[in-house]
Design a protein around this ligand. Sequence first.
Ligand code: ADP
Ligand code: MG
Length: 392
Amino acid sequence: MVMAESGVGRLLEDALRVFRENYPMYEPKVGVAAPGRVNLIGEHTDYNQGFVLPVALPMVTVVVGCQSADGIISLLTTAKEADEPKQLEFPVPTESKPLSPGIPCWANYVKGVIHHYRAGPLPGFKAVMASNVPLGGGLSSSASLEVAMYTFLQQICPDDGDLMEKALACQKAEHTFASMPCGIMDQFISVMGQKDHALLIDCRSLEVTPVPLNDPNLVVLITNSNVRHTLTGSEYPTRRMQCMEAAKVLGKESLRDVSMADLKAAEAHLDKEIYCRARHVISEIKRTTDAAGALKSRDYQEFGKLMVQSHNSLRGDYEVSCPELDELVAAAVDGQGVYGSRMTGGGFGGCTVTLLDSAAVEKTIQRIKDKYSGTATFYITKPSSGAHVLKL
Ligand code: ADP
Ligand code: MG
């Protein structure tokens, strides 16, 4: 299947229908959408205060609903892949009775956002969530859910509208309620995404540089391996700790402040594995700023070369790829009109991103299908806007 359109209209219709079926006494008053993302380059650099270069996707999470006077929060997801139950209700939290994470797991992302919301007191409300971002596919369905829920809350109980603080609150939600110590990239791009642009984000200063990505001859192809390895739970925090360890040995606050020369000079003092982890991060930060420059000057050959280097570094030094992702990348680059390809997102499954000529799309997809040992799903995507309110 190749999906080019967001289908947000269809998603909104579905969410409204489910809302009316489940809450017949209420009328949905608010609709919002927040996108997933694909990261073009700059993987595992955000929590090292480095650079990332994501684009917001046309695939979104939609939340529809309304306030209620009963002091109850009712949540319902239409996502088939979400754990059971799909619906839950609880009283509006108070300072003496705050929310805590629990079952179902999917609701923790939402509860976390409610907990860290930057205004209040919140009223009761009914909300239905629907998404066409694949869950757990490395396209950040989790951040799109958090940012969509935050945007929904802004409509029923406005905060000060600060976008940076919004992204940070959503990141905090994922840290504290979903136990995922993620960097800021996913929430940031879901809030700030710009149509026709990739965003070069400096994850230390949070400064954003939009880079145009709207060449009609160029296509961003996402290929979902449709595998998800379960060891990711402990791998991500381990990588994060290894990076902190490397920075500590080098006497720096983060790997952002460490040059390749510094790292090489300290090789004897570092465990071999930690050395390799740091080498990935330091080289990836440089590749990301170089890639942003290449994209700006439309040097797609150079951009593609950096993508492949990034993949090799993630596979060899950072060890977060897997055979399926390696297969997809190898199949993608083995033909005419393809500039580069790499795994995207945290790794251990999920998706690859490929940059190619629009004329080469059909052949490339066919080649990947022929060569891949599993069953892949393809999405042709365009840089889209960040979270926004929908007309009902
Ligand atoms: P990714 O963000 O790459 O998709 P994560 O593991 O970070 O992968 O987040 C996936 C989890 O987020 C799901 O397992 C589910 O708990 C939650 N989630 C995302 N979108 C939804 C949704 N629409 N409804 C319910 N839960 C969702
Ligand atoms: Mg996620």
